[in-house]
Design a protein around this ligand. Structure first.
Ligand SMILES: *Cc1c(COP(=O)(O)O)cnc(C)c1O
Length: 398
């Protein structure tokens, strides 16, 4: 294949229309399930919420689940439920969305960033060991891109040090680890139902857990800290009496959203299967290109492939990551970068975090690109991406 004229240099783009990096898949059955709730008695606090929670708990094989208005709200509730508060430290990865650490700040505690493993891009158990102190209360590992973190090692550290593990599995719905579904392994696991995640409720999230104690705290926190359950009341005056026992929030999900979630859940295995198939197509097409590296997979984990990330070998290229990014955008390929290390953000700098904290994550950040991956794209779309990547890389190769 000779060099083609890049779109960024005035050539014809590989695609006429823009291909985003992610997108929801909504079908007629999903739409009908929402309509039927709109015609029912309950738009919120109704039966669809429990039905959705039970369906998710059943799918991941967890005893309890509590759905929330977002994955971020769910993470906040998880931090509350295990009593994370002022003077506590919580360890997480910098290579994630801001919410994984913001939830620690919401509770007045201090996020402590542990660097990633250079091969898996997930939080490194060795680095966790290095930053544990007598203030450490919990670990929030993230199953980055859908590939489970080193849960065996992390859970062992947690057992030895008496720490709680809140797994941020926003990327990993449908993934498994040691042949066990993600969602029943850590003390609490969070999934997000944002439209770019595996299944969607528009906005929404959930915590799954096997602990009844944690479950009850999550339920209380979601609804202002208010309970009506007779056996839970501290006082009991009157038939209308209910009680606010802690400062909670309105973090409820609605029945409209839950109905969409129930319908979406029916398709999860197919969604994950398509993501895995497309990933194999990418891996196969890119495996011999020395200017880039395809994602590594830990054999203990079976990824559900939320994101497909290539790592550029910039020493073999005449431009940096930004040059490749802009050239692919011009070809109408919706590339993205996941993630800017959390503590690079001005807010985190303001509260005292400095660049240089996690050099492996920082180096990775300079070299990564996320390619489009979602179930409603076609094999032809995948081939367009492959074509565009090869075209751009060839043109900028040393
Ligand atoms: C999407 C996401 C969240 C937050 O989920 P929302 O439902 O958008 O609030 C948290 N952590 C990670 C890693 C995510 O990708």
């Amino acid at each position: 294949m000779g060099k083609e004229n890049l779109a960024i240099h005035g050539g014809k783009p590989v695609r006429d229309s823009y291909l985003p990096y992610g997108k929801q898949s909504i079908d007629e059955e999903d739409i009908q399930s929402v309509i039927s709730v709109l015609k029912s008695d309950y738009l919120t606090t109704g039966p669809k919420i429990v039905e959705f929670e039970n369906a998710i708990a059943n799918y991941v094989d967890a005893k309890f689940s509590v759905a929330f208005s977002s994955g971020t709200a769910a993470l906040h509730a998880a931090c509350f439920a295990c009593d994370i508060g002022k003077n506590d430290e919580v360890i997480t990865t910098p290579m994630t969305f801001a919410a994984s650490a913001n939830c620690i700040l919401y509770q007045g505690a201090t996020p402590v960033f542990a660097d990633i493993d250079p091969q898996t891009y997930n939080i490194s158990p060795l680095e966790i060991q290095k930053v544990i102190s007598n203030k450490t209360k919990a670990i929030i590992p993230v199953d980055f891109t859908g590939s489970p973190a080193a849960l065996n090692e992390i859970l062992e550290i947690a057992r030895n040090e008496n720490l709680i593990v809140i797994e941020d599995a926003a990327h990993a719905f449908g993934a498994s680890y040691n042949d066990q579904k993600i969602g029943s392994i850590s003390d609490m696991t969070m999934f997000s139902f944002h439209p770019l995640k595996h299944i969607t409720t528009g906005e929404g999230g959930i915590i799954t857990t096997n602990s009844r104690t944690l479950y009850e705290k999550l339920v209380l926190f979601r609804n202002h800290g208010i309970t009506r359950k007779k056996e839970k009341l501290i006082e009991n005056h009157d038939p209308w009496y209910y009680e606010m026992q802690t400062l909670g929030y309105n973090y409820r999900i609605s029945d409209i959203q839950s109905a969409l979630g129930i319908s979406q859940l029916k398709k999860i295995d197919r969604f994950v299967e398509i993501r895995r198939h497309y990933t194999e197509m990418y891996n196969e097409a890119f495996k011999d290109i020395k200017q880039l590296q395809v994602p590594y997979q830990d054999t203990r984990g079976s990824s559900s492939w939320h994101l497909y990330i290539i790592r550029l070998n910039t020493s073999q290229l005449t431009v940096g990551r930004k040059g490749i990014f802009e050239a692919l955008k011009a070809e109408n390929i919706g590339v993205n970068v996941h993630y800017i290390p959390i503590y690079y953000h001005p807010y985190y700098r303001e509260i005292g975090y400095e660049k240089g904290l996690c050099p492996i994550a920082e180096k990775l950040y300079e070299e990564i690109l996320t390619l489009p991956l979602f179930p409603s794209m076609s094999e032809l779309d995948i081939k367009d991406v492959i074509h565009a990547v090869k075209k751009v890389i060839l043109c900028f190769s040393k």
